[in-house]
Write a protein that binds this ligand. Sequence first.
Ligand code: XBP
Ligand code: MG
Length: 247
Amino acid sequence: MKLKAIIWDVDGTLVDSEELHREAFNWAFTQVGLDWNWSIPVYGKLLEVTGGKERIRFFMEQSSLSEKQLPVSPEEMHALKTGYYSRSVCEGRLVLRNGVDCILKEAIGAGVRLAIATTTTPSNVEDLFVSGVIKKEQWEVVVAGDEVEKKKPAPDVYLEALNRLALSPKDCLAIEDSENGMNSAFQAGVPTVITTNRYTINQSFGKEFALVHDFGDGSPINSCANKTITLRHLEAWHLAATTTLIS
Ligand code: XBP
Ligand code: MG
């Protein structure tokens, strides 16, 4: 089955952005006079909760605090956080992850359509366009954050991306970095390649997923050894995955 579109996750996949998100959250907490400071291990755990607003609310509940005990609402904190994140992205603090640019160029050259399916706030994707990290005209579909009712690991964001692409799940390949993302794409029936990062390298992914640590230096786990991952590799994996699923 021919690969017609690649649906990309954003945070941790297109860009290694979670450290900047963590910095933005901590900055926002300081701004409102809260002594919260999410360390890397704490944030790694909190990433199990998708969505920044939901993550703040979860931490508030875990801290046995009610909203009335906070200086501002989780939504207001998140708006502050998003403002800091936006300024940072527009200052050029994010770049595409290693090897991603080559794959995007190859996909465009081969007529493979590009889409985004992310939990992050829509303006964070817009900032990736504004800052030139990715080119807006190359992305046919962007589905982000609250545009869907249920965030990852629910399949909503992938189902909406498929709907807007007018493609079936098997026409596409999802690229994700986390268990939540893997489960979202898998529930939507989209074959998925996992690329890990510092926050997800120890998560467990089913053997039915192609796993690469880094597109740039290859270092794949269960695919071609030590080669840079190219579109050809993704197409081969997609063919294997869809052939297996069809038989
Ligand atoms: C990862 C997320 C997001 C980000 C923070 O999204 O779960 O919540 O951590 O962004 P992705 P917001 O699906 O791209 O991996 O604060 O805007 O939610
Ligand atoms: Mg992600």
